[in-house]
Design a protein around this ligand. Structure first.
Ligand code: FAD
Length: 298
């Protein structure tokens, strides 16, 4: 066997860990324009796990993201870190997808484009939607085993995988047959940085959806299709898959395929009530701990 065929599902998310005053709109929804877009943190751990499997056992790492044209940013970062191939799943018909429709589209992409996969890696959770549903729902739709909260791959042989996964009060060793879907936690590893050689090679990579603004940088080309051919010839054109390309029926994606209804969005402001200010001194902390022991919190 020539190693493992691996797929990593990654998401571009607004950086909700660095919230500024403008991060929320008046209606309580996220102001995506005001927050920098980043690689979902645990998806970096998923990618790192896949790259380590490739280094140890051989194989290929394919990265897929579903998102708007700007999501090409995370795909380029995946190339800088060592992914073999990357794909953008993007179509207006995907807009409004909830987790059910998202996992349907991702499942279609996997079975139509990488049908011989052995392992699908996901992050445990995305920092914007925060549901942790897409991984398990994708496994369910693929009809394969899933192991969530993976921290370490213990062994990989004879069509089976053994991993250590996090549980509430420790960890558990779990074995599953391949193909399998794993969701990976941020405690699994330290994601590798960009590799300088790959950064130089792929920094000009683009999709057909992002060529227009690049034309200024290539005065030798007047037309988008000339630039497209130029990038393709150098292995720098990232393929975009539409709903038709992955055979995703319109009734299963976007608003049509999303049974989730957002009933109400509320902005919750924490008030000072119920808070207690502690003096930042040893005596202040001692006093506070004594109070917590007294009321049985500790
Ligand atoms: C009614 C409704 C409408 C929505 N409309 C939109 C919309 O128009 N545009 C929009 O961007 N979002 C929309 N969303 C949000 C969207 O459903 C979720 O962001 C998406 O399904 C992922 O869920 P999550 O963020 O909870 O990811 P989680 O389930 O927490 O993610 C777990 C893991 O799944 C993988 N994953 C998740 N999402 C993707 C992805 N897109 N591509 C590849 N891998 C992925 C990653 O590995 C990630 O770490 C909508 C949600 C609802 C409820």
């Amino acid at each position: 066997m020539n190693g493992y065929t691996m797929v990593v599902l990654v998401k571009q998310v607004p950086d909700t860990q660095n919230i500024t005053g403008e991060a929320m709109k008046e209606d309580g929804t996220v102001n995506r324009g005001a927050l920098p877009a980043i690689f979902n943190p645990e998806d970096l751990n998923a990618l790192e796990t896949a790259l380590q499997v490739k280094e140890k056992h051989g194989g290929t790492v394919t990265v897929i993201t579903m998102g708007p044209p700007a999501a090409v940013g995370v795909l380029k970062e995946a190339l800088y870190r060592g992914a073999d191939s990357v794909f953008l799943l993007s179509d207006r018909r995907f807009a409004g997808s909830d987790t059910l429709a998202t996992s349907f589209a991702l499942k279609q992409a996997i079975i139509t484009k990488v049908p011989d996969f052995d392992i699908v890696f996901c992050g445990r959770q995305a920092i914007d939607g925060d549901t942790a549903q897409v991984g398990p729902q994708t496994a369910e739709k693929l009809g394969i085993a899933q192991i969530t909260y993976v921290e370490e791959i213990r062994s990989l042989e004879k069509g089976s995988i053994k991993v250590r996964k996090l549980i509430d009060d420790g960890s558990e060793i779990v074995e599953a047959p391949l193909p399998v879907l794993l969701t990976v936690t941020d405690t699994a590893n330290e994601p590798r940085p960009f590799m300088a050689k790959r950064l130089l090679k792929y920094r000009k990579a683009a999709t057909v959806l992002g060529l227009e603004p690049l034309l200024d940088r290539y005065p030798q080309f007047n037309e988008k299709n000339q630039l497209e051919e130029y990038l393709r010839g150098r292995g720098l054109l990232i393929d975009v898959w539409s709903a038709d390309d992955v055979k995703a029926a319109p009734e299963n994606v976007g608003f049509a395929g999303s049974p989730t209804m957002v009933k109400k969005i509320e902005s919750i402001s924490l008030t000072g009530k119920g808070f207690k200010e502690i003096e930042p001194t040893d005596a202040g902390i001692r006093h506070f701990v004594a109070e917590l022991i007294e009321d049985h919190t500790l």
